[in-house]
Design a protein around this ligand. Structure first.
Ligand code: GAR
Length: 203
């Protein structure tokens, strides 16, 4: 089966959803969970699921992204991944790093791209008065949060929403969308998948 390395920075709830999906007749299996923070809560969850883990703390490298990525590549290449899934991985990767895995690296981003690349996506959607928000799974290309879109899930923005309440509505959709897209990619399908929740008549 295909080998999937999952890169995380934090709690790893998307990592758990991906890992739990790769069972039975699924064409892929997790081969490594790799974090840029040794304290990332997802590392422990991965260990509990019996998945190999590694951490490369980015902080000692200061601003030297190339040196950090060289260190990241050691455990990553040792795991021989066919696919890489960024799942709440909060470090920007250099074009050189991305190029190594062209077409084989996915990311989930908590907005309806191309809207709200970068950080604070839910606060920005609320501030803009958007009535619909969501998340996107895309192929990673050198430009930030900009590769071909493989899946999107939409949720309504409700009266009185805060960034936190909107995030709490989007995150469960992330946990549905990312495994669904990963499965399709592992099977060689790259069409656009869309999910909706609590709304009628969306595209
Ligand atoms: C998720 O909401 C993910 O979409 C977001 O971080 C969260 C990670 O949660 N990713 C980004 O903002 C990428 N720039 P998790 O660790 O529980 O999966």
């Amino acid at each position: 089966s295909l080998r999937v390395a999952i890169l995380i920075s934090g709690s790893g709830s998307n990592m758990v959803a991906l890992a739990q999906s790769m069972q039975g007749d699924h064409p892929a299996r997790p081969c490594l969970v790799l974090a840029n923070d040794p304290a990332a809560g997802g590392l422990r969850k991965a260990e509990d699921m019996g998945i190999a883990t590694a951490a490369v703390d980015h902080r000692p490298f200061g601003g030297d992204r190339a040196a950090f990525e060289d260190a990241l590549l050691r455990p990553l290449m040792d795991a021989h991944p066919d696919l890489i899934a960024l799942a709440g991985f909060m470090r920007v990767l250099t074009p050189e790093f991305v190029a190594r895995f062209e077409g084989r690296m996915l990311n989930i981003h908590p907005s309806l791209l191309p809207k709200y690349r970068g950080l604070n996506t839910h606060a920005r959607a609320i501030a803009a008065g958007d009535t619909v928000a969501g998340c996107t799974v895309h192929e990673v290309t050198p430009a930030l949060d900009d590769g071909p879109i493989l899946g999107q899930a939409r949720v309504p923005v409700l009266q009185g929403d805060t960034a936190e309440s909107l995030a709490a509505r989007v995150l469960p959709m992330e946990h549905r969308l990312y495994p669904a897209v990963l499965r399709r990619v592992a099977m060689g399908e790259r069409g656009l998948l869309t999910l909706t929740d609590g709304m009628v008549g969306s595209a």
